[in-house]
Ligand binder design. Structure first.
Ligand code: GDP
Ligand code: MG
Length: 177
């Protein structure tokens, strides 16, 4: 509870991790601005975007961080993870190698966090069904084994993008309130 302080605001930092080109920047731009870029460059990106929403009548601000391409150099810094209460670990359902990297991203995330982090495993590019390389079942099984939420999304056609972020934000809220 908040002790009756109705005006209390919440600020939650959320990080997005995953291999290069899985769609991290587009998931964020789709969620925060409703935009998708077919030719997005790995180096183009913002540090973070802030989204405001209301949960149980409380104002919640989600500050969502994007790697801005650092992951290509395996140089995602500890500052990136610092203070994060939530994380989206993203792979591309049409590229198995990006799914194989999930455990490495989880290890990195866990080694940098000293608090409970709400984690969502995200299989992105669900619109590419005809060249799918990772089954829904495999995603589900990995998430279950690692204690993560699981969802498949498409930043291209917007499927489940809001849902992915909002489940994480809700879980953080439930963890802290
Ligand atoms: P990042 O390196 O993880 O930030 O990936 P980007 O967001 O830059 O996306 C990499 C490429 O994948 C770009 O060409 C995007 O247009 C494309 N992309 C991102 N999300 C999707 C998606 O859901 N479906 C499809 N078909 N392409 C996507
Ligand atoms: Mg990016």
């Amino acid at each position: 509870g908040d002790g009756g302080r109705d005006s209390q605001e919440y600020l939650f930092k959320i990080v997005i991790v995953g291999d290069s080109a899985v769609g991290k920047s587009n998931l964020l731009s789709r969620y925060a601005r409703g935009e998708f870029d077919l030719h997005s460059k790995a180096t183009v990106g913002v540090d973070f975007q802030t989204q405001c929403l209301e949960i149980d009548g409380k104002e919640v601000k989600a500050q969502i961080w994007d790697t801005a391409g650092q992951e290509r150099f395996r140089a995602v810094t500890s500052a990136y993870y610092r203070g994060a209460f939530g994380a989206l670990i993203v792979y591309d359902i049409s590229r198995r190698s990006t799914f194989d990297s999930v455990s490495r991203w989880l290890d990195e995330l866990n080694s940098h966090s000293d608090t409970t982090v709400a984690k969502m495993l995200v299989g992105n590019k669900r619109d590419l069904e005809e060249i799918r390389d990772v089954s829904v079942e495999e995603g589900k099984n990995l998430a279950e084994a690692e204690g993560l939420f699981f969802i498949e999304t498409s930043a291209f056609d917007s499927t489940n993008v809001h849902k992915a972020f909002e489940i994480v934000i809700r879980e953080i809220y439930d963890n802290v309130s």
